[in-house]
Design a protein around this ligand. Structure first.
Ligand SMILES: [Zn+2]
Length: 286
């Protein structure tokens, strides 16, 4: 029997060969879809597309090596987190904002790497390089979160050894906390065990967040603005948010007051400060 007989009047000649249920058709469509999905993925920019290799000469040991850095202006900036953690499409640029000499262990954030006095270099040589062991890292083209976090921790140790400014140490801690957050965002969270792993990762970040908070409070009493590239309004806002995070509402309100009355703070920063103020008021009413 031809299921389609009688359709001739619509001009659709009955076709004996037409099957209602085509064998394997669903699978074929699925395969096609998968192929398209893969092709789309191939078209998406990869993290390596945003990176370049730069030749660096170490100021501590004179070793020349190549470091991975982010090409400036290529990655698209996304809305930052509420504590100003910068975010970019397709890449977490924070992972690359650090330079580490593979020969002697001297490590610092990119902007500080060349800013080192002969006395500081001597301290690094004596307290770090003399004990530093080179670890072989296979080059996967990108830095994993774990590798980046290790570099930042090495940089924190360097900052402590060379008696760096409070702000440098605080900012390093803040970036480590942000990296733990970034790592958490890439982790799978479908099982309870996986969720536990994310919680442990965020908890480690939290330790550094607290160190950053305490460090910045010290920094504002000792250093002149701009502090680590941040003007007064920006650092006040950051401290307000961190105070809020640690439930120190008096400190949060004080810092917010400075942002809101500042003549130099941007409209955007003031709007963020107003949002935070509302949230603090509603927390206190509970
Ligand atoms: Zn070196």
């Amino acid at each position: 029997m031809n299921l389609f007989s009688g359709l001739e009047k619509f001009g659709l000649e009955a076709q004996e060969s037409m099957q209602l249920y085509e064998e394997g058709k669903r699978e074929n469509i699925k395969k096609e879809e998968e192929k398209e999905e893969k092709a789309k993925e191939r078209l998406l920019p990869k993290e390596t597309d945003f990176l370049l290799l730069k030749t660096i000469r170490c100021k501590v040991c004179e070793h020349v090596f190549k470091a991975k850095l982010v090409k400036s202006g290529k990655a698209r900036r996304l809305q930052p987190d509420r504590d100003l953690r910068p975010r970019f499409q397709y890449i977490d640029t924070l992972k690359y904002d650090i330079i580490s000499c593979p020969a002697c262990g001297y490590t610092a954030m990119s902007r500080d790497f060349d800013r080192i006095t002969p006395t500081q270099a001597k301290m690094i040589r004596e307290q770090i390089s003399s004990r530093f062991r080179k670890v072989y890292e296979p080059d996967t083209g990108v830095y994993s979160y774990d590798a980046a976090i290790q570099r930042y921790k090495l940089s924190l140790l360097n900052a402590a050894v060379k008696r760096g400014k409070e702000s440098e140490k605080a900012y390093t801690c803040l970036k480590i906390a942000w990296l733990y957050r970034g790592k958490g965002e890439t982790m799978s969270q479908s099982t309870p065990q996986e969720k536990e792993k994310i919680a442990a990762c965020l908890k480690e970040g939290e330790e550094f967040y607290l160190q950053a908070y305490e460090g910045f409070i010290k920094a504002i009493s000792q250093e002149m603005f701009p502090i680590y590239g941040m003007d007064e309004g920006t650092l006040d806002y950051l401290l307000a948010y961190m105070s809020f995070h640690f439930k120190k509402y008096d400190m949060a309100s004080k810092c917010l007051g400075s942002v809101l009355t500042s003549s130099s703070a941007s409209r955007r920063l003031k709007d963020m400060a107003l949002d935070l103020k509302e949230e603090i008021v509603s927390q206190l009413k509970r």
